[in-house]
Design a protein around this ligand. Structure first.
Ligand code: CA
Length: 470
């Protein structure tokens, strides 16, 4: 019986993979470009395509309208660093000890993405993609972990977990002048391995570099990882964008809205550039936020409970849209759970590259085809090591274990706001077992994180001394 089942599953998998390859080959004139656009701490309902009523995002909405909007899209962690580590490797970050938000530690080779991991850029280099990372890095500040050493041909941005937006505040010439964790927000920007004098508002500068990269690479396949730090704090915007929101009276919300508009304008420029160069139909664009909106900075996660740093839906379910004209359906709404890990799996599949490590994500393209009722994932997992909490989503059920050890079970199909603990003991036990089985493949955190800033500095009193330039 078991053997029959295995043979059956094997045949189904074979059939699916043939189908997938066929459709990709049909679609693929040449290796498609891949643009991955990430926003930082953007609320679930802070985009037009998820129903924002006060913030206008016409260009982000275009991506959703030209392609697919995912309503149950997750990231692998509720704050920046670990979420990005999952995104850029296609693997749950707990597999390789990236379970904490990294500190800014330019002398520490362990505090960041381990070299045993393959980044999406490193994988796509195998297929001769030109690669560029723009914006926030936050995957390690040590020389060995910087973008140019992690598969990117080019970099424009900053290495830390955040940055100021107005160039007059970039007062530190280099990281050798950084003397505390948040000093790194004030460094001059990096262009590859050189510091540059920037004059534009940060979000506009990142968009400018993105358009420039596309222009220069119109004749070859490229991968662009565009990681806007907006609308992450500090809340700072220019009059150009603030003036669009005369009706928002709350100053924080108004500034936040303006920051989102700056991103949206940048995305508009990118779409226009792709069209002008006649490469839009050969370009896959994915847009998402790295975690849920930070409520204290006036983000709006809609009906979702809580926000950034929480394992409730508001912390981990994010705005997510994808377009690839002519290759994936237009105007589709996809409701089965997906996760940011799927982007890597999708990218290597369309570039026909075999990844170095075992991936946790799935190629999403076959699931978007008309009539495919299969779901990409049975279960999704989240773990907060220092809090001792975790969550698992299985179908519509979601179990959360809080840091005090109490467990709650929700049925998201009836209760997306996670208000009613349905408390079914047997289901809870089963999900706990599933989490434990998943957790067996994980390793302990490989470095101290933002929550251990003081402890790290005590252990490494020379943390900022004699840091090499660049
Ligand atoms: Ca973030």
């Amino acid at each position: 019986m078991k053997l029959k089942l295995i043979i059956y599953l094997y045949l189904v998998m074979l059939l699916l993979s043939c189908k997938e390859q066929k459709s990709i080959v049909n679609l693929q004139k040449k290796s498609p470009n891949i643009i991955l656009i990430v926003t930082d701490d953007l609320g679930y309902q802070d985009v037009g395509f998820n129903g924002s009523t006060d913030i206008q995002t016409p260009y982000l909405d275009e991506i959703a309208n030209n392609g697919v909007k995912f309503t149950n899209a997750y990231v692998t962690y509720a704050v920046c660093g670990p979420s990005r580590a999952g995104l850029i490797t296609g693997r749950y970050q707990d597999r390789f000890g990236f379970s904490r938000n990294p500190l800014f530690t330019p002398k520490d080779s362990l505090s960041g993405l381990p070299l045993s991991e393959q980044t999406m850029a490193e994988a796509l280099k195998i297929a001769d993609y030109k690669t560029m990372a723009i914006g926030k890095w936050h995957l390690g500040a040590h020389a060995s972990q910087r973008p140019l050493n992690r598969g990117f041909d080019e970099f424009f941005g900053f290495l830390s977990g955040g940055h100021k937006y107005f160039p007059e505040e970039y007062t530190l010439n280099d990281i050798s002048e950084v003397k505390s964790q948040f000093d790194a927000y004030n460094t001059k920007l990096l262009k590859n391995d050189r510091r540059v004098e920037e004059t534009e508002y940060l979000t506009d500068a990142l968009s400018r570099e993105a358009v420039n990269f596309i222009d220069r690479n119109k004749d070859n396949p490229f991968f662009m990882y565009l990681a806007y730090n907006a609308p992450h704090a500090p809340l700072q915007a220019t009059e150009k964008y603030l003036s669009r929101y005369p009706n928002i009276k709350d100053n924080k919300r108004k500034t936040y809205a303006a920051m989102v508009s700056a991103v949206d304008d940048g995305v508009g420029e990118i779409l226009k550039t792709l069209r002008n160069l006649n490469i839009e139909e050969n370009t896959l664009i994915v847009f998402l936020s790295d975690n849920g909106g930070a409520l204290q900075h006036s983000a709006n996660n809609g009906k979702l409970r809580a926000g950034k740093s929480s394992l409730y839906e508001g912390g981990i379910r994010v705005p997510f849209a994808m377009q690839w004209k002519g290759a994936i359906p237009a105007g589709k709404v996809y409701e089965h759970p997906i996760i940011s890990l799927d982007i890597f799996a999708t990218a290597v599949s369309i570039a026909q590259v075999k990844p170095k490590n075992e991936l946790d994500g799935k190629n999403l393209l076959p699931f978007l085809e008309e009539g495919n009722i299969e779901k990409p994932h049975d279960s999704l997992f989240w773990k907060k090591v220092d809090a001792g909490s975790y969550a698992i989503r299985y179908g519509d059920l979601k179990l959360i274990q809080e840091k005090d050890g109490t467990q709650k079970l929700f049925n998201l199909s009836e209760d997306v706001s996670e208000k009613f603990n349905i408390n079914e003991t047997i289901q809870m036990k089963n999900l706990e077992e599933a989490f434990k089985a998943w957790d067996e493949d994980n390793i302990p955190p490989a470095f101290l994180g933002l929550l251990q800033d003081k402890e790290y500095t005590e252990l490494n009193p020379d943390r900022y001394d004699d840091v090499e330039e660049y």
